[in-house]
Each structure stands twice: as structure tokens, then as C-alpha cells.
Design a binder for this molecule. Structure first.
Ligand SMILES: N[C@@H](CCC(=O)N[C@@H](CS)C(=O)NCC(=O)O)C(=O)O
Length: 240
């Protein structure tokens, strides 16, 4: 179990709502769990992580998420909240006085949800196909390339509307939370899965975005070490 306490707790937010106990059932290498951690840190909320053994699921997890039996699960005020993107929405709405992850405008809200769904579904799907050698690898590699070119075309608009992180900024937005959660997987997808990440020339906006995220300690402080990541990835890709 580990406990995260933000460095600077904003005095205005040091109210009883902020002192509510927040527990997160998670797993260090999970992009879905990481998404919730980035969101909690971005909002400055103290929380406790209960690390789950996914090979031997605990009674706590099975009771907290009887439908999917998956991590992450957020426990707050004695209730469990499941599904990472829904948890992030809950966090943003539950602590409205802290930095807002979602934009206010309905079209902007739609846009960030659209790209968050796209990233989660595509990267997860491609990762599983790659790790479990499902399907023709040449097709999977093409799909990976196509996915990033779609993201490249979407980032431009998100950038213009101020909805993705720029160099030097600390406050992250909803799509940053989602993209940040997947970042530790990009190297293993190349080294273990044989996928090729697009070059700076092919996807300049994507590279700009990732560079800003990689320099943001709020995001990177949730990352596993590269040894932890690679050890896990080798097992997941059946390489040892
Ligand atoms: N859609 C879920 C996906 C969560 C998920 O796939 N969690 C994995 C860990 S990365 C899990 O708990 N796997 C255990 C299992 O499938 O039995 C979310 O966004 O929270």
C-alpha cells in the first residue's frame, strides 16, 4: 500500500471534502490505474493505493467491482466507482474547486471524450493483438501507424483550443491524462512488439505533445521505472 500526499495543498481546498479518504485499488503497470492517479495528482487530492495481485484477485476487488472484476476501482465515501474514464469524470465533478480537467463547452467536452476513447480503445486493442500474436503482424503494424496519423490530425485542433498540454505548463487536461497513462507502454510496444513509433517529421504535433507530457513531473511521477516496465512487458509479450 502506498500513500500520495500532494506537496502543496491549496488552503481553500483544505476543507472537509478534501479530507475525505480516497482509496484506489490498482496495479502499478496498468495504464487504466495510472490514468486515475494522474487525475488525482492533477487535482491535488491525497489518496492511498492498494496494489492488487491480478493473478489472485482480492475479496476487496471482487466486492468493489463485481461486474468487471477489474482494476482500477476508486473507493470514496464507502462507495466504489469503476471504469477508469468514468472515475476521472467522477473525480473532476466531485472536486469542482480544484483545477478542472474537462473543458466547459459541450463541443470541447465531446472532442476530448472522443480522443480519449480513441486512444484507450486503439492502443489497448493493438497492444493485445501484438502481445498475444493475434492477427497478421504486418496488419497490426499498419494499424499502429494509421492510429498515430489520426491522432496527429486530431492534436492540431486540440492544441488550438488549448486542450492539450503545452511545453512548460503544469496543469493537465483530460486527454493529457489519458495519453500520459499510456506513455510507459510505447517503448515496450517497439522493443517487444516490433511496432514502429512515427518519426518527428511524420507527426510533429504528436511529438510536441508527448515532449510536454514527458517533461511534466505530475504525469511522470506516476510512471513505473523502465526496469519494472520492461520486466512486466517481456512476460506479457511471452518473451520469458
Ligand atoms: N475498461 C477498463 C479496463 C480496465 C482493465 O482492463 N484493467 C485490467 C488491468 S490493466 C484488469 O483489471 N485486468 C484483470 C482481468 O481482466 O481479469 C477501465 O478503463 O478501467
Amino acid at each position: 500500500m502506498s500513500i500520495y500526499i500532494p506537496n502543496a495543498v491549496d488552503e481553500q481546498r483544505e476543507s472537509s471534502e478534501m479530507m475525505d479518504e480516497v482509496k484506489l485499488i490498482s496495479f502499478l503497470l496498468s495504464p487504466f490505474g495510472r490514468k486515475v492517479e494522474i487525475a488525482l495528482r492533477a487535482k491535488g487530492i491525497a489518496y492511498q493505493v492498494v496494489e492488487e495481485d491480478l493473478k489472485n484477485k482480492s475479496e476487496i476487488l471482487l466486492e468493489a467491482n463485481p461486474v468487471y472484476k477489474k482494476i482500477p476501482v476508486l473507493i470514496h465515501r464507502g462507495r466504489s466507482i469503476c471504469e477508469s474514464r468514468l472515475i476521472v469524470e467522477y473525480i473532476d465533478e466531485m472536486w469542482p474547486s480544484a483545477h478542472q480537467l474537462f473543458p466547459q463547452d459541450p463541443y470541447d467536452r465531446y472532442l476530448v471524450r472522443f480522443w480519449a476513447d480513441f486512444l484507450d480503445h486503439k492502443i489497448r486493442g493493438i497492444g493485445i493483438m501484438c502481445a498475444d500474436q493475434k492477427g497478421e503482424m504486418e496488419i497490426v503494424r499498419e494499424e499502429y501507424k494509421e492510429m498515430w496519423s489520426r491522432v496527429e490530425s486530431g492534436v492540431g485542433e486540440l492544441e488550438k483550443r488549448g486542450m492539450v498540454l503545452c511545453e512548460g505548463k503544469r496543469q493537465v487536461n483530460y486527454v493529457d491524462v489519458v495519453m500520459g497513462s499510456w506513455m510507459p507502454w510505447f517503448v515496450p510496444l517497439e522493443t517487444c512488439g516490433g511496432l514502429v513509433f512515427p518519426s518527428l517529421d511524420d507527426c510533429p504535433a504528436l511529438h510536441r505533445w508527448l515532449r510536454a507530457l514527458a517533461r511534466n513531473t505530475l504525469v511522470t511521477s506516476t510512471f513505473p521505472t523502465s526496469t519494472q516496465m520492461m520486466d512486466y512487458a517481456r512476460k506479457r509479450f511471452h518473451l520469458q
